[in-house]
Design a protein around this ligand. Structure first.
Ligand code: NAP
Length: 300
């Protein structure tokens, strides 16, 4: 094979050449994983110095975004935000026809829709994506990468995307991956903060976080995950039988948490918010229903 086309001698035949634009923490992890899996990989970053470790691993460093785009049929973009993406690609929009762009830059669902509408007239295939891990998790098949937009681009890119993590295609609406992304991040932040509140509470009585956390993880994994599996069907049905624990019972229970935290000088903003939300559901007539009925006061 011509080494000009195959700058990494370890590249395996049949592997899609990929260009990675954006070599911050995440883009560098994406490029390194593609290289490790034998994909001919071209890279470009605004600050070229960040490409050095990847070039040492066999990446080809493009001198310009235009050269980067020309090098591969598949382009992965992972820059700070959509403004940065347009700053890089707009000056070279004439060279994008016939290429596939998988955009792993975070953004809103509306920005994904706009990007797809921008790509169409350029003849650029567009798939939006969301990386549901941090850089050390890239390459772990347990980690999810969410995609939405062009089904054709997803099918053409699937093998290359699969080396990054488990690729989940969510359908043709470009904004769907970003919508799931923010929904899942919201869940993550709520879980982080609930765990930190609990950790502060037991910590006030001299329990270490490392002792509390295995118990918390078991609770989340085996109990809470099961509860929400049951509640999902109730939400879809709009019917919330209170045959496990009612909202009114949980309002009483959260009072014990608030009392224990107040006694220990632990901030109660989160449980007070949760209690107030449950009380709104109860006031709306859901006191005897399951916790899933709280959705009735969350969605407006
Ligand atoms: P980062 O380390 O801060 O890297 C940002 C990248 O964007 C760099 O390559 C930077 O180039 C480039 N950039 C910023 N402004 C630019 C501009 N105006 N023109 C051209 N390039 C520009 O961030 P990151 O952690 O890699 O995150 C990148 C994207 O991945 C973000 O959208 C982030 O939300 C998403 N993401 C990250 C994680 C994570 O755990 N890190 C997880 C999921 C999703 P320079 O090097 O020249 O500054």
């Amino acid at each position: 094979m011509n080494n000009a086309l195959n700058p990494n001698p370890e590249n395996k035949p049949g592997k899609t050449p990929v260009t990675v634009i954006g070599l911050g923490n995440m883009g560098s992890a994406l490029a390194a994983t593609l290289l490790a899996n034998g994909h001919p990989t071209t890279v470009w970053n605004r600050s070229a110095a960040k490409a050095k470790p990847l070039v040492d691993q066999g990446a080809h460093l493009a001198a310009t975004p235009e050269e980067a785009v020309a090098a591969s049929p598949l382009i992965l973009a992972c820059v700070l935000d959509h403004d940065a993406l347009h700053a890089v690609l707009d000056p070279h929009s004439g060279s994008l026809a016939g290429k596939d762009l998988v955009n792993l830059t975070s953004g809103s669902p509306e920005q994904a829709d706009e990007a797809a509408a921008w790509a169409g007239p350029l003849g650029l295939g567009y798939l939006d994506g969301a990386v549901m891990t941090t850089p050390p998790g890239v390459g772990n098949p347990e980690m999810m990468f969410l995609y939405s937009g062009s089904a054709e681009v997803f099918e053409r890119s699937r093998a290359a995307l699969a080396v990054l993590g488990d690729p989940l295609y969510l359908g043709p609406e470009p904004g769907r991956a970003s919508l799931y992304d923010v929904a899942l991040l919201g869940l993550m932040w709520s879980a982080f903060t609930g765990w930190l509140h609990g950790t502060a509470l037991v910590g006030a009585d001299a329990t270490k976080a490392t002792d509390f956390t295995p118990v918390a993880v078991r609770w989340m994994t085996h109990a809470v995950a099961g509860f929400i599996g049951t509640y999902a069907s109730q939400v879809d049905a709009g019917h919330y039988p209170g045959d496990d624990a009612t909202v009114d019972v949980q309002i009483a229970s959260i009072g014990h948490l608030i009392h224990a935290a107040a006694d220990r000088g632990v901030d109660n903003a989160l449980p007070e918010l949760l209690k107030a939300t449950m009380e709104r559901a109860s006031a709306a007539g859901h006191g005897s229903d399951s916790y899933a009925s709280v959705i009735e006061v969350i969605r407006v």
